[in-house]
Design a protein. Structure first.
Length: 143
């Protein structure tokens, strides 16, 4: 692996942290993707939020621009569509149940030393580790 390959994640992490910090400083709100998606689609009450729409458009435009400037990503879907849909619904339900997602709790909440976010992020990470262990070692990676 070349040295430049280690810079991309560092740059991405810095940009995520910078954008989350600026969003909090300039708007007084947490930059959680699930909350902004709910606001952009009107699911959080109060109608469609233009700030949420702009945030989501920025995420999509940033990914598109990066793929043009850096390299074309190779995406390979290795699971069945019903499994992916079920997983997405479970993650969405958990996000609403936990009052936020990994970006809101993990990036913004931990930075603010929120106990609720520290606990939520610890649970996210523990469940992710258990899931990887079960699917790779107990189920043989057959999902």
């Amino acid at each position: 692996m070349s040295e430049i390959n280690y810079l991309w994640p560092l740059a991405g992490g810095l940009l995520i942290g910078l954008s989350a910090g600026l969003y909090l400083l300039l708007n007084g709100r947490i930059a959680g993707v699930s909350g902004l998606t709910a606001a952009a689609t009107g699911l959080s009450g109060g109608g469609i939020n233009k700030l949420g729409l702009g945030f989501l458009a920025g995420i999509i435009a940033g990914a598109w621009l990066t793929s043009l400037l850096v390299r074309e990503p190779h995406i390979a879907i290795t699971s069945s569509l019903p499994l992916l849909v079920a997983a997405g619904l479970i993650v969405g339900y958990g996000t609403r149940l936990g009052s936020g997602c990994t970006s809101g709790h993990g990036v913004c909440g931990i930075a603010r030393l929120s106990r609720r976010s520290l606990a939520a992020t610890a649970i996210f990470m523990a469940v992710a580790g258990i899931t990887v262990f079960v699917t790779r070692h107990l189920l043989g990676g057959q999902l």
